[in-house]
Design a protein around this ligand. Sequence first.
Ligand SMILES: NC(=O)CC(=O)C(=O)O
Length: 271
Amino acid sequence: MRTALIQMSVAADREENIARACAFLREAAARDTDVAVLPEMFCCPYQNHCFRPYGEAANGPAQAALSALAAELGMYVVGGSLPELSEGRVYNTSYVYDRQGREIAKHRKVHLFDIDVAGGQRFRESDTLSPGDQITTFETEFGILGLCICFDLRFEELSRCMCLRGARVIFVPAAFNMTTGPAHWELLFRQRAVDNQCFFVGVSPARDESASYVAYGNSLVTDPWGTVLCRAAGEETILYSDLDLSRVDAVRHQLPILSARRTDLYEVREK
Ligand SMILES: NC(=O)CC(=O)C(=O)O
């Protein structure tokens, strides 16, 4: 499964961002990509005061553009995330389109990013955003795949639930920052991959030192052994990674963690 990680710059102009994402998607399709992944808030600066004005309702312009392009290019598109407007609320939402342009998954960020690190990053998504209440997986010809957004990655139960549903690859549009990124980004992706013995694909916006929220970049893929298969730096780029999904079965067979769980003693289960 060829995956393209589109680590794009996010500008102040929403239409420019959508056009930029589309140009990158075309570039990825020209390299025979099966699944192209955009970053968290790919068409909106990551700032609380931007989320509502940059937001769109169901079938809004960014969603329409991604769906049309997925159909035209015959490629799955994991549409990063964008501010979704629904019933007066704003959600941080990721849409997935199949090769026919059909919306096959929609994930609203479940864990809102509210942190206040002494001398470092402060952010309160809950000032403007509402949380989702669903765990998101979807079916493809590659099997079941999972989806969560950025801060969701920190909550191991969520990844485990997707894994127990059968997800072999978990996509994570994300925007860590210059406080938490160097400390936790790679660690978390490797840890989730080793724990669940599946692939994790993290895609960030490119770093913009002049932005009020500076994204870490470092988009990456970790495999079921915890190896980092590819990793960007801060710049705008596309990374390509061919995921050999048979590695999931091989690692689970050789190191039987999931099957050796003592579910008579403890359990992670969906509500
Ligand atoms: N931006 C996020 O949602 C999460 C993040 O930056 C972190 O967990 O660190």
